[in-house]
Design a binder for this molecule. Sequence first.
Ligand code: PLP
Length: 444
Amino acid sequence: MTHTLVYPITTVHNAEGHLEIDGCDVVDLVTEFGTPLVIYEEKTIRDQCRRYLAAFREHTEDFEVIYASKAFFSVAVAQLVMEEGLSIDVSSGGEYHVAKAAGFPAERIFFHGNNKTRDELEYVLSEGAGFVVADSFQELALIEELMAPRGVAQRVLLRITPGVEAHTHSYIETGQVDSKFGFGLGDGVALEAIREALISPHIDLVGLHAHIGSQIFQLDGYRKAIEILVKLIGQAHAGFGFQCRYLNVGGGLGIRYTQEDTPSSIGEYAAVKMQGVREEMAAMGLPMPRVLIEPGRSIVGKAGVTAYRVGTIKEIPGVRTYVSVDGGMSDNIRPMLYDAQYEGILANKADQQADTMVTVAGKHCESGDILIRDAVIARPEPGDILVTPATGAYCYAMASNYNGSLRPAVILVNGGRARVIIEREEYADLVAKHRPLRDQGQYQ
Ligand SMILES: Cc1ncc(COP(=O)(O)O)c(C=O)c1O
């Protein structure tokens, strides 16, 4: 039996009745690398990159797929997406640093953030970044100030908040935007930002950007946002000759976390975005820009699973059975943050009937530390290996040391081989940056 819907594409039950990902038995993997263990399958990451490229190539040659590294980042993943021909979006000096450590070419890096600090901008601009996506008037002034002594202009896109908010099944048009991100359309703010950027000598305003949300299933919100963006482009063109050479229409495509989820396909997503830009620009009588998209979750989400060891099992008759695992909110905060739903499977009993309803709990000192409220799995026993699929995006990326947890090891599997791409933290790491009082003398 195969598990292609929610799990990495090569996942099967093997002859031992274990879960196997691209030739690697998950039970063997945890024996070798320990638990919790984050397992990425290389083929799914590459496959998703290629699907995006192929889908957009059906509509245009002038496009760019930018991996939103906030979903999950490591030097190895940066190298994978670079090999596949994607660019990278970073949202901090730290993510920029990882991209550079991976050897990512600066001209393919897009620097985002609603509050880029002066230090971050100084660092990124001095090292070089292809594009800065500017978020505020303050930032425009700062870029101008930092670029002036260099005597060159930085390529900049402006982040616009089009007043369209999309969430999984619907979108709402708010008109007056209540968002910490970007330039709103109310009171001519976005138009004024374009005007200001155009007259700044050390800013080369090449285009606009908008990202309307994440885990989006219904695509009509994109169409609405593109219509609004292009209207703004038309106004700026008429008003001050603005040429929009790059239009970044964000990321956000949803993925399947459970078998019940029904996300749109990459092909449908590409069609809506490309037709939207083409039709709206044509209606405005303006030339097509280079179209940029910024997927994160849909590149790495399905590629990753997390394997835990089952510990305490607590049965409360007539209420529920808690199955506690050796991780939880420190490696996957999404159920607590977004009420995200997951499935589970016992990797060492993958071929056994899933007939036991349990609640999968983490090991942290919070009653809310519940990974799966109602999981149907084979009869659990201490020592079993419980796997949650679709944990490749926004899980390790948001991991913490809460309760002194060690961030898990992250491995990449391919064709029966496993490679460590991020080592498991050790106890020594927890105190590596701590300074004992005795080393610091008295207060001055
Ligand atoms: C500006 C921006 N671009 C791209 C993304 C990636 O979104 P997703 O992972 O949903 O594709 C995000 C995520 O929130 C974002 O804030």
